[in-house]
Write a new protein. Structure first.
Length: 215
């Protein structure tokens, strides 16, 4: 009886199956965390990429202008609505969009642009006309009299997997805000004053707000 007990204990000491189970139980949470992190990162990058395409589409369509200035509110609403197709299947209900017609001074290439006119979606605020002290004229647009469209888009991203866990931390938001800012050269509109560049005037603004003589 004693010998049988000793042999049984010896077999248990040599059996590594229990150790493997314990090691797997320790490693499994780490593997799951890596998998969840990679999935979440890929999802977030995809939404940010589509948001950038969304901003480019809004800027491009607006830059083409219309047969009249200012372009109509109906047309701008159509531009914003049709542009959301590029961001699907992500939800654009909370997307904030601000589109501005920007101007560069005629006398010299200044680094501070002027907001000639601006339009925003219902949940955002259009830029005030005049010098935009918090902006810099992008490289490639620093030409006297230059006109371009600036599309500023932001959207709230809620993590698929980690959102519930993030809420457990006090003071930490369960969402992330993605944003994209895209300048685009004006291709439509008409010239005003002494300027050689065409200007697209957005709804709710006076035609030729910059009057071809941006300071």
């Amino acid at each position: 009886m004693l010998r049988r007990f000793v042999r049984t204990v010896g077999r248990l000491r040599r059996d590594r199956r229990a150790a493997a189970a314990v090691e797997f139980a320790v490693v499994l949470p780490v593997l799951l965390a890596i998998w969840a992190g990679m999935t979440e990162l890929a999802h977030a990058i995809d939404e940010w990429r589509k948001l950038t395409l969304f901003a480019r589409t809004v800027a491009d369509l607006t830059a083409q202008g219309d047969t009249k200035n200012p372009i109509s509110t109906t047309l701008m609403s159509d531009i914003l609505a049709s542009s959301t197709a590029v961001i699907r299947p992500f939800n654009t209900a909370n997307a904030k969009i601000v589109v501005s017609a920007m101007g560069v001074g005629l006398t010299s290439a200044t680094l501070t642009p002027t907001v000639c006119s601006s339009y925003a979606s219902g949940n955002a605020t259009a830029r005030a006309t005049g010098l935009a002290s918090n902006l810099t004229v992008p490289a490639g647009y620093q030409t006297p009299g230059m006109r371009y469209i600036l599309a500023e888009v932001s959207i709230t991203y809620a993590p698929m997997i980690g959102g519930a866990l993030v809420k457990l931390a006090n003071g930490v938001s369960s969402t992330i805000t993605f944003s994209s800012v895209v300048p685009w050269p004006t291709r439509g509109g008409k010239t005003y004053g002494n300027n050689i560049y065409t200007e697209v005037v957005l709804p709710g603004s006076n035609a030729a707000a910059c009057d071809g003589s941006t300071p």
